[in-house]
Design a protein around this ligand. Structure first.
Ligand SMILES: [Ca+2]
Ligand SMILES: [Ca+2]
Length: 401
């Protein structure tokens, strides 16, 4: 009997212990805009690859180690940053095979202009892009007007309101002051975190060599209102360049979210799922309601990079005029979500936007030209005001007479 109790106690205790251990190992899933643990011929389709950039093994090689190269890779379509431009990015990179002393470096870029931007040399493929923001990992000392602090620094580059991208950094830091043994082009894999909190307007940059543990304290920070630099819909990506000296510039992994993540992207505590890559939107006029309003159906389809449909995705809707109801819908087993837009015939056109978690979006213009014979409430109101004004005028004039 006593042995039986002991066995029961051991059984309960060990299963409890197992549960505690197991739960502590399980990491939460979080859905973010971009998840690239490595690159391959399938997932690289998410990017528009420009200039000398290409897939190389499991890396996105922005430039090969040759002179006068320029390469960039931008998300093939724009992403929506809904919260004052807030975002969190994490990526790893390798700068190797130095020639002529090594040059020029890599820039993480956010810009609204084009997914084909890029140029060579000290401009790092970033200089000259309108309304752009960049974080540079610079391995070549350029003199004035760029005025680099040395040939081994990180920098925050933002164009002033509506200005062009400029590699004369707003703030920079010598990498050897983070760790005296760190040299950006030493062929090691470096890990970088860039977080922008649009509420307090703070950009924070962190760097680590060899492992993906995010440092608690940022290595470079700067206060900037990115709302003055670029609009809400942007291309995200990387550029790199070489000149008379060169390196391979490789991105080895990339994670991005269109909202800031408290404590940043952390692969040690969280497993990340990639949000829908693309939304397709369609509209169809349905009928005129009893109140004389145009009614249209809005249909959205969510897909991944390979155009496979995605079920159970939350899609948010907004419109520049009329009423879209409900404000959100979830995709069904075929990746589709249906919504209804109603609008007065007074509105010539409404732009409806569907947005997925992660910032993939699609817009469509819906024209309301199905006129109703029933007067609008606003028309009735206007007529009532006119009648009051005219009768008031008559009354006043009569008194004067
Ligand atoms: Ca430089
Ligand atoms: Ca620089």
């Amino acid at each position: 009997m006593r042995d039986g109790l002991k066995r029961l106690f051991i059984l309960v205790f060990s299963s409890l212990l197992f549960t505690i251990l197991f739960c502590s190992l399980v990491v939460a899933d979080e859905t973010v805009s971009a998840v690239f643990p490595a690159f391959n011929s399938t997932n690289i389709q998410a990017f528009q690859i420009n200039g000398n950039a290409a897939l190389s093994g499991s890396s996105l090689r922005l430039t090969p180690a040759l002179g006068n190269q320029a390469g960039s890779a931008f998300w093939s379509q724009k992403i929506f940053l809904p919260s004052n431009r807030s975002f969190s990015a994490y990526f790893s990179f390798k700068i190797s095979s130095s020639g002529g002393g090594g040059a020029d470096g890599i820039v993480f870029v956010i810009q609204p202009q084009s997914n084909t931007a890029g140029s060579s040399g000290g401009g790092l493929g970033f200089e000259g892009i309108n309304n752009s923001f960049g974080v540079e990992f610079d391995t070549y000392l350029n003199s004035a007007p760029t005025s680099d602090i040395n040939a081994n620094h990180i920098g925050i580059d933002g164009s002033s309101p509506n200005g062009k991208g400029n590699v004369t950094s707003l703030a920079s830091r010598d990498v050897s002051t983070i760790n005296s043994s760190w040299v950006l082009d030493d062929s090691a894999e470096y890990h970088a975190w860039i977080d922008y909190n649009g509420t307090n307007k703070s950009v924070e940059v962190r760097l680590n060599r060899y492992n993906n543990t995010r440092p608690a304290v940022s290595h470079l920070n700067y206060t900037i209102n990115l709302g003055d630099v670029f609009p809400t819909d942007v291309y995200i990506g990387f550029s790199a360049a070489t000149g008379g000296a060169w390196n391979n510039h490789d991105i080895t992994s990339f994670y991005f979210n269109n909202e800031v993540i408290n404590q940043g992207i952390n692969l040690n505590t969280t497993s990340y799922l990639m949000a829908p890559f693309r939304l397709n939107i369609y509209s169809q006029f349905t009928n005129i309601t009893a109140n004389g309003w145009n009614r249209s159906e809005i249909y959205v389809n969510a897909t991944d990079i390979n155009n496979a449909t995605l079920a159970n995705q939350l899609i948010s809707f907004s419109t520049t005029s009329g009423i879209i109801s409900p404000g959100s819908a979830t995709t069904n087993s075929t990746g589709g979500a249906l919504n209804t837009l109603i609008s007065s015939h007074n509105y010539a056109v409404a732009t409806v936007r569907a947005t997925a978690v992660g910032g993939a979006f699609a817009d469509i213009n819906v024209t309301f030209n199905h006129l109703s014979t029933i007067p609008e409430w606003s028309d009735i109101g206007l007529m009532a005001v006119l009648v009051m004004v005219i009768s008031g005028y008559i009354v006043i004039n009569k008194k004067v007479d």
